[in-house]
Design a protein around this ligand. Sequence first.
Ligand code: RRO
Length: 309
Amino acid sequence: ATTKTSIGNFDFENCFMNAAGVYCYDRNELEQLINSQAGTFVTKTATLQPRPGNPEPRYHDTALGSINSMGLPNLGFDYYLDYLLELQKTHPHRTFFFSLVGMSTEDTHALLKKVQESDFKGITELNLSCPNVPGKPQIAYDLETTEKLLADIFSYFKKPLGVKLPPYFDIVHFDQAATVFNKFPLTFINCINSIGNGLVIEDESVVIKPKNGFGGIGGEYIKPTALANVHAFYQRLNPSIKIIGTGGVLTGQDAFEHILCGASMVQIGTTLHKEGPVAFERITNELKDIMDKKGYKTIEDFRGKLKYL
Ligand code: RRO
């Protein structure tokens, strides 16, 4: 079996990649992803200026997943764009993802205008779902703001663009969000970011410092929510908007389920943080074994074909 895939007009040798925030802070980490089995990478979400992020400890692994309140630490837009432009010369046949968001609406437009004016030929992922910057709500929970933002963006942005979404938890919210996204020429949506503002306790204490321990939850805890979001949008979106499935992928079986729900690409966050880039080889082999047993030759043979009772 092959796990190759495509998003928009771009082909990828493997449907697995990192989730933004994990293994993508600097050139050293990104280079390890390039040299792994991953089909591509996405950068740490970049802001206009570099940011140190929240005080440490700000990431903690648990038996069933992780909690983080990183606070958008990143090396700044120029650092990641310079590297991506360099990779276009050294790896001309590969496509990489550039994750971005501004600390304000004005910054977001400034960032996207810089991408539009640059030679960047890859795919841009606009992060509408960071749960960890004090005083800044997850943008995509406000659909009126999101619709206006996307309308303004698509007036000047003509390159491939997708959005990283927070989990939604109500059928009416799936309906309302899909109605907004269907108005725009999005290349993809990515479901889901961490489940925002959970609380992990060990030994009578919180485990991370920022926000008195509140942080985004990832890993095994979140797979059912991630699958529901992938499938809810798969049922509702125009088929030209591809879906990236993220959340709770520990094994090839988890990835198989994301693809059954409609995902064209599968991202790995908490498991990549725990295991390192060798996770891509293990999970890819596990998915191929499942496909071989079932007689599926490509992921298109079962993508979106979830069975109902
Ligand atoms: O940096 C973070 O705290 C962070 C971000 Br921007 C995000 O989108 N999701 C997350 O879990 N952490």
